[in-house]
Write a protein that binds this ligand. Sequence first.
Ligand SMILES: O=P(O)(O)OC[C@H]1O[C@H](OP(=O)(O)OP(=O)(O)O)[C@H](O)[C@@H]1O
Ligand SMILES: O=c1cc[nH]c(=O)[nH]1
Ligand SMILES: [Mg+2]
Length: 212
Amino acid sequence: MQTLAVDHPLVAHKLTTLRDVRTDSPTFRRLADELVTLLAYEATRDVRVTDVEVQTPVTRTHGVQLASPKPLVVPILRAGLGMLDGMTRLLPTAEVGFLGMVRDEGTLQAETYASRLPDDLSGRQCYVLDPMLATGGTLAAAIRLLLDRGADDVTALCLLAAPEGLRFLEDAFAGTRAPIRVVTAGLDERLNERGFIVPGLGDAGDRLYGVV
Ligand SMILES: O=P(O)(O)OC[C@H]1O[C@H](OP(=O)(O)OP(=O)(O)O)[C@H](O)[C@@H]1O
Ligand SMILES: O=c1cc[nH]c(=O)[nH]1
Ligand SMILES: [Mg+2]
């Protein structure tokens, strides 16, 4: 597994405001959206393309276009929905699948309550969106679902990742043939006793959409 923490002053600036407890939901949503577009630039570095010819007003030349089959973007509900527009802005032709997952705040185990994905993901590059990689249980279950359907390349985009979660994913997918990458805007210190990322930004779903 490869991990990339995007090191860029604009990313750091937006992430700092996102963390701030005083940032309200509308601002949080806008910043999350902007951050994803910056992360997506790095996360799609290996997106598959094919060579094409293009006629400019001056001459014919060579270029590329996104290859088939189209990439699949998979936001993990609820908080991952806040990253979808920022991603599809950069990859407008991608298809979108959905996974609904919730972590039991007592046991920290992830449960899948909704799944709307193509049955066959053979040869598909998949981009999973989830702002928080904490214990890694949610993301590991999501990546496993995609690999089981044949995905051969999975990149997760996270706003924050904890070292514990990254280690969990490393162990879970050690020896997996398909490339697996995590691209994050911030690599935080640790998890606290409630499984929250420290310093973190709190509950991403609540900050985006309100406390449920
Ligand atoms: O790495 P983990 O320990 O599994 O935790 C991370 C998960 O927890 C949060 O979702 P939550 O369960 O709060 O659902 P929500 O998006 O509906 O708020 C977050 O959005 C991740 O999906
Ligand atoms: O810090 C955390 C951990 C899990 N889920 C969140 O939304 N925040
Ligand atoms: Mg939540």
